[in-house]
Design a binder for this molecule. Structure first.
Ligand code: ATP
Length: 425
């Protein structure tokens, strides 16, 4: 089934509210085989809503809207679409009583405001999609040719419940034949540029197992997503499984996880399996690496702590970096990064020390050390560790926050790759 989606609200057009409803609907409906083929956003203007819905109906005959069902004057969805369908709005006593009961049960003071009456106005012949989490009922309006519009509330919590409890069951009941799904699988890679990943995966330019492959670059790295459309459940899963195996084989150690998994969680898990403890010494990242590690539940089994050694005096006093070295080569240098990592490890009793020192900008760069210059070091003399103590130099692009985040991602990746269980060809 091909459906168009229209999200309604000035706040969406102005960028004040991020349109999470559209993403949610695309995901949930896709999972039951309903394909969102086009998305549009319009403001709280009756003519714009009517035009967008009319265009969408002409293409697919099936439209889901969210927003604009509330009790205020900017809530135009219902009258605009009722007019498009040539239906009068009629007062529905059951709906009104339901709204009134909800108002009273929530202990709200005073009588139900008159503006709420407008939420009980229902286009003639429409089906009410009851709202168990708010006042505005959803509405299903269908014409004689079977073209339909499902109007859902804008509040995400109300919309989500209505999709699960009312919309999907209706769509399922109306669907004929074997049901199909839209399902995807995402492999997370890091340490490789999008173009280099595309070169490695050149043979898959036409798709993997007949499915399209998308490259999604971000601060974490490049995500690789394959999507199965219009297939029965088990067939989609089997194809995605074999596509993921093929991608893993071709991308090797660049792959660190799947879905939305954070690299910090992968590293902590691998350290836990090896019985290793971690400590950090952070300069330009100011605790961001520690924050990423400690945001993973259970991190205390692995992460001991560390030092935010921002000023050189702290690098000296807390991490044992020699004043001579700092004076000779500067804080953003290989020897200082190495000394910081060693200090983090030895002063905490951890098995692995990791340190980051760099220039995050926007000031402080020089021709020899441009903004984005970062040194990252690992210190780990333990026998389980199979690679030598390592230092990496990078010049990251981006603004201050991006440089800081990329630094932590690279530091985590260095730990991951150095761990025995993570090493691969
Ligand atoms: P209600 O009857 O509860 O007012 P409504 O259908 O009138 O619901 P809107 O007034 O359009 O919904 O939006 C209510 C709130 O829901 C907005 O302030 C906004 O925070 C949120 N919202 C609306 N549309 C979206 C969307 N597409 N994505 C995320 N949030 C949204």
């Amino acid at each position: 089934m091909r459906v168009e989606l229209i999200t309604i609200g000035d706040e969406l057009l102005l960028g004040l509210t991020v349109d999470t409803n559209a993403a949610y609907l695309a995901r949930e409906l896709g999972a039951v085989g309903v394909e969102i083929v086009r998305r549009a956003t319009v403001g709280d203007v009756a003519a714009d809503i009517a035009n967008a819905v009319a265009d969408a109906l002409a293409r697919t005959g099936a439209v889901v809207t969210t927003g604009g069902l509330g009790p205020t004057s900017d809530d135009m969805t219902k009258p605009a679409i009722a007019t498009l369908f040539g239906r009068e709005l009629e007062f529905d006593t059951d709906t009104y009583e339901r709204i009134e009961r909800r108002w009273q049960s929530r202990g709200l003071r005073g009588p139900l405001p008159a503006t709420n009456r407008q939420q009980a106005l229902i286009p003639r012949g429409a089906i009410i999609l009851a709202n168990d989490h708010g006042t505005a009922p959803g509405i299903w309006l269908e014409d004689a040719q079977g073209r339909w519009v499902a109007m859902l509330p804008g509040v995400p919590r109300e919309m989500r419940a209505m999709v699960a409890d009312r919309l999907i069951p209706r769509l399922r009941a109306g669907a004929q034949g074997a049901s199909t799904v839209v399902r995807s699988r995402t492999l997370r890679t890091t340490g490789i540029a999008e173009s280099a990943a595309a070169e490695r995966l050149g043979p898959l330019a036409g798709g993997v197992e007949g499915m399209p492959l998308a490259y999604l670059p971000g601060l974490d790295g490049v995500d690789l997503r394959v999507t199965a459309r219009g297939l029965p459940d088990s067939e989609a899963d089997a194809l995605l499984e074999s596509a993921a195996a093929r991608l893993r084989e071709m991308m090797g150690a660049f792959v660190y996880g799947e879905g939305t998994m954070d690299l910090a969680a992968v590293v902590l898990d691998a350290c836990r399996k090896c019985g290793l403890h971690l400590a950090v010494g952070e300069s330009c990242t100011g605790g961001l690496l520690g924050a990423r590690l400690t945001s993973v539940p259970g991190s205390s089994e692995v992460f001991l702590g560390g030092v935010i050694a921002y000023d050189n005096s702290i690098k000296e006093s807390m991490l044992g970096v020699s004043p001579g070295e700092l004076a000779d080569v500067g804080a953003v240098s290989e020897p200082v990064a190495t000394a910081m990592a060693r200090g983090a490890r030895t002063r905490t009793g951890a098995d692995i020390g990791v340190a980051i020192t760099g220039i995050a900008g926007p000031t402080g760069g020089s021709p020899t050390r441009p903004i984005g210059t970062v040194w990252i070091a690992l210190d780990h003399p333990g026998p389980q560790f199979q690679v030598a103590t390592e230092v990496r130099h990078a010049i990251f692009v981006g603004d201050r926050e991006e440089i800081r985040y990329r630094s932590t991602q690279t530091a985590l990746d260095m730990i991951r790759r150095a761990l025995p269980t993570q090493r691969s060809s």
